[in-house]
Write a protein that binds this ligand. Structure first.
Ligand code: HEM
Length: 326
């Protein structure tokens, strides 16, 4: 049947495209957002993942070393205003902050550059990602959806984890912090810095707090449901919160396209600057609706690596945004 005739059939029989096109024929970005909706449920107006969050503001000031690695305006040393959103994992808007499922916690940053453009970083507290491809992430989510508490053992998720050792290994790297300000966040995906001479260097970001404080799982579970969301504005009443943005530098042979493999700890890490957070925005619930952070929203001097997740994430985030702002 030609495309035109198929369209007529669709209209005359009241069929929908979604009913005709099989799930596996949809773009992977859509399959991923649909799989998230399946695992977490659909909550109109909220993100498909990292639905619960809080929006804050501050600035970033680059170190002198940063400009040697990248010619991006972000690193010119002048204070760059930032909008930051901290979040809990999952698409469940009322997940208790101390739930094990609220790990990894997220930090999304929009740097407002002097030329009026923005550049984003979307990072979380996992040290590496459980899977390396969009298809594997979809399958992980679908396995979770098919593993309710009463599912026969081994559950689909247990089977998936057994055949993908990076899944349990990645989840073992996260635990609940006592504050969004006392957590480390990682870009996981690699990016490429280009400096003034054109030299290229693959990097992964590390956002390091003044101190890291993690709770024992039993203590985390006893915390009030909004303890992380409530603690940040309280803490900011007593002064700003600071993080050190660092770049871990790849050396020859380090994979930039496999986010399941952390680069060795002895790789050089360079301080790129200090991120200072001064205040939570007046109406965070309203502000977060209009915000879209994209890992691939970059600026001249910072480029995507060959990590396939970056483009897939951009597509999935944009789709989630369009669904939450119909
Ligand atoms: C294929 C892999 C991934 C997919 C499909 C995916 C998908 C999503 C989606 C659909 C959202 C909601 C976006 C919105 O409505 O604005 C989201 C949010 C988020 N994701 Fe991912 N994600 C992936 C990997 C990652 C990785 C590797 C990280 C961190 C290194 C990460 C960190 C976050 C954070 C922090 C948010 C919240 C952003 C915000 O505050 O607006 N994700 N993700």
């Amino acid at each position: 049947m030609g495309k035109h005739k198929l369209l007529v059939a669709v209209i005359s029989f009241g069929l929908t495209w979604a009913g005709i096109i099989k799930a596996e024929d949809q773009p992977i970005e859509q399959q991923l957002v649909d799989a998230m909706n399946k695992v977490f449920g659909v909550y109109p107006g909220f993100r498909a993942n990292h639905a619960k969050g809080i929006v804050a503001e501050g600035n970033f000031k680059a170190s002198p070393e940063a400009a040697g690695l990248s010619r991006a305006a972000l690193f010119n040393g002048s204070p760059i205003p930032v909008t930051v959103r901290f979040s809990d994992a999952t698409g469940i808007p009322n997940i208790p902050d101390g739930s094990a499922n609220a790990n990894p916690h997220g930090m999304a940053i929009k740097f407002h550059l002097p030329n009026g453009a923005d550049t984003d970083m979307v990072i979380n507290s996992l040290k590496f990602f459980p899977v390396a491809t969009g298809e594997d992430f979809r399958d992980l989510l679908l396995a979770l959806a098919e593993s309710p508490p009463n599912a026969p053992k081994p559950t689909k998720f247990e089977q998936f984890a057994a055949s993908h050792p990076s899944v349990p290994a990645a989840f073992a790297t996260v635990s609940t912090p006592d504050s969004f300000a006392d957590e480390e966040y990682y870009s996981i995906d690699a990016f490429v810095f280009v400096n003034a001479t054109g030299a290229r260097q693959a990097v992964r970001y590390q956002m390091i707090p003044e101190r890291v404080v993690h709770l024992a799982a039993a203590d985390a579970a006893k915390q009030p449901p909004n303890f992380l969301m409530d603690e940040l504005p309280e803490r900011l009443k007593h002064g700003p919160v600071t993080f050190h943005l660092r770049a871990q530098l790849a050396t020859a042979g380090d994979s930039t396209k496999d986010p399941t493999i952390a680069w060795p700890n002895d790789r050089k890490s360079v301080e790129l600057g200090v991120l200072t957070i001064d205040k939570v925005v007046a109406d965070s619930a309203e502000a977060e609706k209009k915000l879209l952070f994209l890992p691939g929203a970059l600026t001249e001097g910072i480029e995507k690596s060959d990590d396939p997740l970056i483009d897939i994430r951009d597509g999935a985030y944009a789709l989630s945004f369009s669904r939450r702002n119909p």
